[in-house]
Write a protein that binds this ligand. Sequence first.
Ligand SMILES: [Zn+2]
Length: 464
Amino acid sequence: MVTYDMTKTPVVNVVDDIIANASKAGASDIHFDPRENSLMVRIRVDGDLQDYTEIPKIYERNLITRIKLIANMNITESRLPQDGSIKGTIKGINLETRVSTLPTNEGEKCVIRILDYSRSLQGIDTLGFNESNLSKLKKMIAEPNGIILITGATGSGKSTTVYSILQVLNKKETNIITVEDPIEMNLEGLNQVQVNSEIGLDFATVLRSILRQDPNVILIGEIRDSETAKIAVRASITGHLVLSTIHTNNSLSTIERLLDMNVERYLLSSALSGIISQKLAKMVCPHCRIKEPTTPYQKKVFKLALDKDVDEIYNANPKGCDKCNNGYHGRIAIQEVLMINDEIRSALNEENLEKEDLNKLVYTSDVITMLQDGLLKVLDGSTTFDEIYKIIDVDDDLDVYCKIRDIEYHENNENNNVVEKEEIKEEKEETEEKKENDIKINTDEEVNLPIIDIHTITKEDEVL
Ligand SMILES: [Zn+2]
């Protein structure tokens, strides 16, 4: 933790210093938490909050007021939540931030979100897409119409991907209009509209007007309701390329969500071009990572998901080094890119489409699933198995694959489901061998089934 001598340092300098240092540390957010006896300052780096400094309670009010002042907020109002922003240069760093305050029982809590779009400006080639996914993405955005959905939870890097795509599409012969809430980054050459629900300017209202503005490309910040979903589909049918985001986990749940929104199936099936799903995993520090043998459980996961025998992988060094945080530094996107093919299109048209049939169609297309992409990124030493296990429901995913491949995963492995992950290590050699054999036999039997695109996976391996 950093310590400030508040008796000698003006509050103005302390605030500048905290913001500048947080930005240098690559933090996404700075939290000013009022506690009973102090103001705790924490910063979020690579997804995790860490303590930065603790300010004596008597300086809390001045410090929060200073932030509100530079964020253009009402400094006399402390009982209601407020939003603001800081744009400009602090200690030589060019910054764009969003600021939010919230009255709590211990005082006014303040959070500064640091918007770092330097990454968006580096192009879609730098977003961590594997070769196959990148070429699918380029194909989808080269089409003059269709809907491309970018899905993932909050903080999964969706905005970065969206803005990177918009940059590729941003050409002088193209009219791009966005409707956003909020506009996270100003891009020269785009017409960006901020939603303002207080005066009735919601997504649907803006979208109806946008369609009369001769657009080529439309970005809908987020599809939250069925009205927006329906307009998005209609816009794409009438010859526009539509980009949007949606809060779902993967390609499958995105399709299900859209169907739940009562979007007309025949329109959706012809409009949807593809779904990009993503999550962020911490990157293992290349300076101190350690190579370790895989556990039987990890071996099994690699074998089932990638059809690969993996004996050792990189793990993070919990002690870390001077270049990282406990063995991790930065984050990498784990992605799944589904291009809608003719089979999926016609299936979407069917009223009584079963979830399992959809599963099968999606995972027998040439998609590299999020789990597969994550495991490939473990193999190339970008991230760790632990990180993938944390962000992806590995067992649920494997269960789906095995069902599709007719491998009776749970029956064959009654005693070593993930729940008992730790117990596997304790199992006797012979039992383990027997089980490994079972899996091998099953996998071998299924090798010719086109469930996982072996070709794509092999291509990836060559790159690794
Ligand atoms: Zn390190």
